[in-house]
Design a protein around this ligand. Structure first.
Ligand code: SF4
Length: 726
């Protein structure tokens, strides 16, 4: 059985690893200074840094840092790709490199081009790069072009990119959240009329109970565990809902607490391991138990919600047998969860991809929200709903307009301020890749990210993106997307990292808190430029002469003035740099039970038990991230928390391995409707009948099945079969 390399998350191994990263950065002092600089952490959306200084969270607590933050920082500092390397290394050879090996090549410090038929990338000047990119955009029709952004870009860059894309005449504008938390946005808008967290970080300090579903913050958002440790110390409880028993959600050693570092902190009080994709049944069961045991906040339900009678009737009519059969969790466990929720005065429910990466992703979140409403846990301090977002500014790029459609007020403001009437419709991420496969895309502008690897059906996605005549990528480093997903002609533009920006930038955390990052100086020598400078330089070559005041659009303070007038909830950004006053986005946090829905009430939503169920001999396959990666960026082959030394593995339960006559390390083929992968068996503590493989490699066998409401691929509910590899 693959034994986790540690008995708890965090701890001394995390400290040693962070020091190892400082060493790899080549300069301990420079590494520390950059980590402490007034820049928002470059990694996840929990949010650290900004005006309070690096390694400080929204509550002002120091030190708050984790391995993920150290990985990203060291990765920006230590190496760069030379012209000689590109001359000597044909693209065919780069195609053989893994995500980790490409990451290890280091920074891109000059523009490069690989024209149609070229075998190598070659250095070109900025002028040639921007002229070529502009020529391609001018040749195309606006609806033959899409603009994509990852969640690492600044608000200023994302606002400018959507602005010039709309002025160019397209609404094919989207960001990486379509493949991660779009389902959360759709569901939360249904429930309380706003698509993001209803709570602040401080609310976690006032919650009696936390429920974590479909997420592994111990690996992906480690500083959230500090909040859970504090909650436990207040006598609070933690419920985890996850098919995998994650070592860091059982026990964690928080490095910034001597007691926890020495003795560890028990995290989960109750750990439910349902089948992947069956969360609707889990939450229906918990709701049923709350009803049957009279643990509802009926006055709250009657006064502040809508839709309860239908939900109450439906839940009562749903037999326990159907619920347990659908999720694989026994009634007594669901009742135990309800009892814990019933005994708590306030609670926060948080989740991640384990709920959103399904064809019924939106339903998973609606059913979880039903339980919160039944307890009256929305619209009061210490209670609410919290999607655990990925990239450090994934929420911000959406807020400032990197989406096909804009909120009415926002669109009207763009018309008023810039004479832009946003084009109707617009492609979401999956639609743009489908259009590329159909030859309908002539050019793509990619601000950061790795659209290729984050797509399901890897081989198809590569062909689709390579079918695009021109791709223009803006990035700090090369990744698989620049190699396997490059257009026929591919221009890659080197960008400054957040803590290298010559002007201050802003980022929005998953708690709707907007930080100001002061920028800094480049960690490596080169001709990198800022995101805003690159976007303005390109757009100025494409759009009619004098279309915009380009000096103003290159000035971040000026961009923020425009954002304060146009972006809903962002009025305070106008003064963030002068006053140094970071702020909560307006209208997003609910501490009163009055919501942004048409009737001001929170809404219960009817959802069906999941139909997704494998036939006998089949499995539910989910793709997951390892401890050694952040999104598509792989920093380490090893997954310390799950005991895997390699990434080409299929994780299964001991019971299933025995039934199939398999042992740890055996080579097997995992087959789905679109293909097969040969991997090694890794036996872990996962609910029997479920398999896990690493994202993004396993996307090779993930079909292009979307949740029709969120347009998010079902990366975590794939029907699979396992057979011994030939
Ligand atoms: S938890 Fe997230 S925001 Fe905090 S230091 Fe780690 S990666 Fe950065």
């Amino acid at each position: 059985m693959a034994k986790p390399g540690v008995s708890a998350g965090g701890g001394v191994p995390a400290i040693i690893y962070t020091l190892k990263k400082a060493h790899e950065s080549g300069n301990y002092w420079q590494f520390y200074k950059r980590m402490r600089s007034k820049n928002a952490c470059k990694t996840c959306a929990v949010g650290m840094g900004g005006q309070q200084g690096g390694m400080v969270n929204e509550a002002g607590h120091f030190p708050e840092v984790c391995k993920k933050s150290a990985q990203a920082q060291a990765g920006d500092m230590n190496r760069f790709i030379s012209e000689a390397f590109l001359r000597e290394t044909p693209i065919a050879k780069l195609e053989a490199l893994s995500s980790r090996e490409l990451e290890k090549l280091g920074r891109l410090t000059f523009p490069v081009l690989a024209g149609a038929g070229d075998t190598h990338f070659r250095r070109i000047s900025w002028d040639e790069a921007l002229d070529r990119a502009a020529a391609g955009l001018k040749e195309a029709q606006p609806d033959e072009v899409f603009f994509y952004s990852s969640g690492r870009s600044s608000n200023e860059a994302a606002f400018l990119l959507q602005l010039v894309a709309r002025a160019y005449g397209t609404a094919n504008i989207h960001n990486c959240s379509f493949y991660c938390h779009q389902a959360s946005g759709v569901a939360l808008n249904e429930v309380y009329g706003s698509g993001t967290s209803s709570v602040t970080l401080d609310d976690l300090a006032h919650a009696d109970i936390a429920l974590i579903a479909g997420a592994n913050p111990a690996s992906n958002h480690p500083r959230l565990i500090t909040q859970l440790m504090e909650l436990k110390r207040r006598g609070g409880k933690v419920i985890v809902v996850n098919p995998l028993k994650e070592v860091g959600l059982v026990r964690f050693k928080v490095p910034s607490s001597v007691r926890s570092l020495l003795f560890g902190t028990e995290i989960a009080d109750l750990y439910l391991q349902p089948h992947a994709g069956s969360d609707v049944a889990v939450f229906a069961g918990i709701l049923k138990a709350l009803i049957e045991n009279g643990r509802l906040d009926q006055p709250y339900i009657d006064t502040h919600t809508a839709g309860w009678p239908a939900i109450s009737a439906k839940t009562a009519a749903t037999p326990w047998e159907s619920i347990s059969e659908a999720c694989g969790v026994e009634r007594d466990q669901l009742e135990a969860a309800a009892a814990m929720l019933g005994a708590a005065g306030s609670g926060i429910f948080m989740w991640a991809m384990g709920l959103t990466h399904h064809a019924n992703g939106v339903d998973n979140i609606l059913s979880l929200a039903n339980v919160a409403l039944a307890r009256g846990w929305l619209g009061k301090p210490g209670s609410g709903l919290l999607p655990i977002r990925g990239h450090s500014n994934v929420q911000g790029v959406g807020s400032v307009g990197m989406t096909p459609a804009l909120k009415e007020g926002f669109a009207a403001k763009l018309e008023e301020l810039y004479g832009i009437a946003p084009a109707p419709g617009g492609q979401h991420t999956a639609a743009s890749v489908e259009a590329a496969a159909a030859g309908q895309v002539k050019a793509a502008v990619l601000l950061g990210g790795n659209l290729f690897a984050s797509n399901p059906d890897r081989a198809w996605a590569g062909e689709a993106l390579r079918n695009i005549p021109l791709s223009v990528s803006i990035t700090t480093k090369l990744n698989e997307g620049h190699i396997h997903g490059r257009g026929k002609s591919s221009i890659i533009l080197p960008v400054l990292a957040r803590d290298e920006e010559p002007q201050s930038t802003t980022q929005e955390s998953m708690f709707n808190f907007v930080r100001l990052s002061e920028g800094g100086t480049p960690a490596v020598r080169g001709s990198m430029r800022s995101e805003v400078d690159i976007i303005a330089g390109l757009a100025q070559r494409v759009l009619p002469e004098g279309r915009f005041d380009w000096a103003a659009l290159r000035n971040h303070h000026e961009l923020r003035q425009a954002m304060s007038r146009a972006v809903p909830g962002y009025a305070a950004i106008a003064e963030i740099d002068r006053a140094g006053k970071e702020f909560q986005v307006g209208g997003r946090t609910f501490h009163e039970p009055s919501f942004s829905t048409t009737d001001g009430r929170a809404h219960f939503n009817e959802v069906e038990l999941p139909a997704f169920a494998p036939a006998p001999g089949e499995f539910r396959l989910m793709t997951i991230r390892s401890e050694g990666q952040f999104n598509t960026v792989v920093y380490e082959e090893e997954d310390l928390y799950r005991g895997n030394k390699r990434r080409d593995v299929v994780m299964m339960a001991a019971e299933d391995a025995r039934r199939l006559g398999l042992a740890e390390g055996d080579r097997v083929a995992v087959e789905t409707e679109i293909g097969a992968m040969n991997v090694s068996v890794a036996v872990i503590d996962i609910r029997a009948g479920n398999l896990a493989m690493y994202y993004p490699e396993a996307n090779a066998i993930v079909p292009r099945k979307l949740d029709e409401r969120s347009k998010t691929p079902a990366f975590k509910s794939v029907i699979a079969r396992v057979r011994r590899a030939d």
